[in-house]
Design a protein around this ligand. Structure first.
Ligand SMILES: Cc1cc2nc3c(=O)[nH]c(=O)nc-3n(C[C@H](O)[C@H](O)[C@H](O)COP(=O)(O)OP(=O)(O)OC[C@H]3O[C@@H](n4cnc5c(N)ncnc54)[C@H](O)[C@@H]3O)c2cc1C
Length: 457
């Protein structure tokens, strides 16, 4: 994918971030409107973002291909792309994420071509978005300012922590496991999907040394059933009323009645946000603290083949899953000192590992060390959501400022809206949100604006 050489200004919509979310939105806007759009991505490879920039073919999608279309109104778009691609993947397969990345890049290239110059991809890091009389002005490092009528933050995920010697806070970079002796001892902090990614990479690199994966509860994601299951028929209306504990009790009763986690999750999936919105703030906090870990291991499952790899690593004794707490001690380039207190014990075990990788998963909350966040917070245009999971947004994804007023020109897409939606990480959720945001922007921009477009070159 070529970045644009010429610099368009003004545009109708500036999308900040060219990961999956930004690309899904750009594709919608190009297909549904004649608006001028700039997609600004700081990375050299727009379209991939964190999830799809992996080169490891063992990193599989955790959703079957049939549900991974990027376009809401073309349910078989990805499956048709796979058929054309000719590598033999079908609708029920869990495809390598690297291949999904190629699909997203093709989607972006197609959008650029269809747009006939209306969609431009700019390589750059957006460090500020200031309000102007009729729109916004974006500061992009090493570029002149870009004016736009509206801007959408599709800035996605940040790594769990910072690197320090043999401690790696960014589990998605190749460096996290690079240069390790094959018998080295490794500690993975976290036992969910990110841990599984790093584990799979280690095994693919022929790692033979001991691997400890640790989290507070030691819960590991379940695997998908070997074949798709039909969605069960059951009346779930009781789960939408009452307190969190009443709902949890009814949920357990449905499980006991034989519905099973996969079926129940499938049944509830289209209604997850309704469930979430039915809880008050206190109940949401309690859900995140006490129930979320269980919800996640059933809701975000791994491909059956990945489940088999985890079982084999545990059975051979190479992988130990520990529930407990850790404190990180002295860290050098070669070793990390760690104190582990197992759940239910007071004994503090002092251990050394050759490598520690923080696999606690992506962060999306407001962080004033991010220049764009710092500037928007300072200007009063951005605030954390009440659960401090991401950015505070209104029902139409408008960014809510310090005084509680939703912006008429700044919007947010994807995982940073998780405080409002909680389940807004996977493609099936993001593609719906991208279509909604596109429709809202297109409707709003049919209003005349004070900005005058530069004549075409
Ligand atoms: C490891 C992993 C595996 C996943 N697997 C699956 C799966 O199998 N199936 C599924 O449905 N979902 C999966 N997901 C979820 C999902 O698809 C992602 O959450 C989704 O890709 C989010 O994309 P994004 O564009 O919002 O964020 P990101 O991927 O984080 O992309 C954001 C982009 O914005 C850019 N950016 C950020 N700030 C700026 C700035 N100031 N200026 C310019 N550019 C900026 C970044 O460089 C980045 O490229 C996975 C997620 C992860 C992390």
């Amino acid at each position: 994918m070529q970045h644009s050489e010429s610099f368009p200004s003004p545009v109708d919509i500036a999308i900040v971030g060219g990961g999956a979310s930004g690309v899904l939105l750009a594709a919608q806007l190009v297909r549904k409107s004649h608006l001028r759009v700039a997609l600004i991505e700081r990375d050299a490879h727009p379209g991939l973002g964190v999830a799809y920039s992996t080169h490891c073919l063992g990193h599989l999608l955790n959703v079957r291909a049939s549900d991974m279309t990027a376009l809401v109104d073309e349910p078989d778009h990805f499956v048709r792309w796979l058929a054309r691609d000719g590598r033999g993947f079908g609708p029920t397969d869990f495809v390598p994420r690297a291949i999904y990345g190629q699909y997203l890049q093709d989607l972006l290239a197609d959008a650029v071509q269809r747009s006939d110059g209306r969609l431009q991809v700019i390589r750059g890091n957006v460090v500020a978005i200031r309000h102007e009389r009729d729109g916004v002005e974006l500061d992009i490092e090493d570029h002149p300012p870009l004016r736009a009528r509206k801007a959408v933050l599709a800035t996605g995920h940040r790594p769990p922590s910072k690197d320090a010697g043999a401690y790696h806070g960014n589990p998605w970079r190749d460096e996290a496991i690079a240069g390790l002796a094959s018998d080295a001892s490794v500690l993975l902090i976290g036992t969910s999907l990110t841990m599984i990614d790093v584990l799979v990479s280690l095994l693919e690199h022929g790692h033979k040394g001991p691997i400890v994966a640790l989290s507070r509860r030691g819960l590991v994601p379940n695997r998908h059933p070997p074949a798709p299951i039909p969605t069960p028929e059951a009346d779930t209306s009781d789960l939408f009323v009452g307190s969190l504990s009443q709902r949890t009790a009814r949920f357990r009763a449905m499980l006991r009645a034989g519905l099973g986690w996969p079926g129940l999750m499938q049944l509830l999936r289209p209604h997850n946000n309704e469930l979430w919105h039915g809880l008050d703030l206190d109940q949401r906090k309690r859900f995140l603290r006490h129930l979320r870990p269980w919800w996640d291991i059933h809701r975000h499952r791994v491909a059956p083949h990945i489940g088999e790899q985890i079982d084999a690593a545990r059975a051979s004794g190479q992988l130990s899953i520990v529930s407990g707490r850790i404190e990180i001690g002295r860290t050098t380039e070669e070793k990390v000192e760690v104190t582990i207190t197992r759940r239910g014990s007071d004994v503090r075990e002092h251990r050394h590992f050759d490598r520690v990788v923080d696999c606690r998963g992506p962060r999306n909350e407001v962080d004033v060390h991010v220049p764009l966040h710092a500037q928007l917070v300072k200007d009063g245009k951005l605030r954390p959501d009440p659960l401090n999971q991401g950015l505070d947004v209104a029902p139409d994804e408008a960014l809510i400022g310090r005084d509680g007023t939703p912006s008429d020109r700044l919007f947010v897409l994807g995982p940073p809206t998780r405080g409002r939606y909680t389940e807004i990480v996977a493609i099936p959720d993001i593609r719906l949100q991208a279509a909604d945001v596109a429709n809202g922007l297109i409707a709003a921009l049919q209003q005349p604006s004070g900005l005058v477009h530069a004549p075409a070159a």
